[in-house]
Design a protein around this ligand. Structure first.
Ligand code: COA
Length: 266
């Protein structure tokens, strides 16, 4: 496992192809500040071209919080004027877009509080696994913050308009069990099993054929894109690449030889 800690985000890649991005701002419940957004963005850029990364897990240090949103103590500085505020919005929105359109699968591992930008980050991941007792919410209406269109669209695709309205209008913190019911959480596990469960899910994904997963993710994102922006030809090309891949041959052979396939992503 290679590991670095940059700007309070722990970046680690294990030897089975799972990269771990851990928000590490324990004293402030993993509140996220601009350098942390940049570190996430830089890490994703590196992971995209790294064949040793097949799945990314995003999580928070400790069991108190995944992330309690933007670091409010920095608001005076960040939102001091229109220009600083616009720069901050650009950074957060472009990183969320990068996370959502990241070609490889991503999993949010959620324990404790997941609030504001924490929900935005989790919603931009492909899957969300939460610990019993986790609490999720978007208190934007309690801070007078406008919630951007891209974030509303992402949430609406996940939980439908009525649930997004409930989450945004009330600003309440909802129990993870309730969020499982509406679809913001995909899987709920006992807190002491969370890490092992996510390790298992990520390892399973990382062992599967990377080109198949790439094609599947691209197709789902295409289906959710605005009508005029759907790249169906791109979806078809990715499916064709699977049919023509060495991994497809390996998958067939391994099945016939009753052994576990070893996929190389080509
Ligand atoms: N930004 C910066 N610091 C934060 C923070 C945030 N979003 N959320 C919590 N903290 C800090 C607190 O200031 C406190 O620091 P201190 O010990 O130096 O005073 C520490 O984290 C613990 O928070 P505290 O409020 O004392 O703990 P709690 O258990 O009573 O409540 C929360 C935890 C998360 C429910 C509460 O802190 C909270 O509501 N935070 C704000 C969440 C929010 O509005 N996020 C959206 C931001 S856009």
């Amino acid at each position: 496992m290679t590991q670095t800690t940059e700007a309070r985000v722990n970046v680690a890649v294990d030897n089975i192809g799972v990269a771990w991005l851990t928000l590490d701002n324990l004293r402030k419940f993993n509140a996220i500040a601009p350098p942390m957004w940049r570190t996430i963005s830089d890490a994703l850029t590196r992971f995209e071209s790294d064949p040793g990364v097949r799945c990314v897990v995003l999580t928070g240090q400790g069991d108190k919080a995944f992330c309690v949103g933007a670091d409010i103590s920095q608001f005076e500085k960040i939102r001091s004027d229109m220009q600083a505020s616009a720069e901050y919005e650009r950074l957060t929105q472009s990183t969320l877009h990068q996370l959502q359109s990241f070609p490889k699968p991503t999993v949010a591992m959620i324990a404790g509080y997941c609030l504001g930008a924490g929900v935005a980050l989790a919603a931009a991941c492909d899957l969300r696994v939460a610990a019993v007792g986790a609490r999720l919410g978007i208190p934007a209406a309690k801070l007078g913050i406008g919630y951007p269109y891209a974030g509303v669209k992402r949430l609406t695709d996940l939980v439908g308009p009525a649930n997004v309205k409930r989450i945004l209008f009330t600003g309440e913190r909802f129990d993870a069990g309730e969020m499982l019911r509406v679809g913001l959480v995909d899987e709920l596990v006992p807190a002491h099993e969370l890490t092992a469960r996510v390790q298992g899910v990520a390892a399973g994904i990382a062992a599967n054929a990377p080109l198949t997963i790439l094609a599947a993710k691209y197709a789902v994102e295409t289906a959710c894109a605005e009508r005029g922006e759907r790249d169906i030809a791109g979806c078809n090309a990715r499916v064709k690449a699977c049919i023509e891949s060495e991994d497809h041959v390996e998958g067939r052979r391994a099945f016939m030889e009753k052994r576990v396939p070893i996929f190389r992503g080509r």
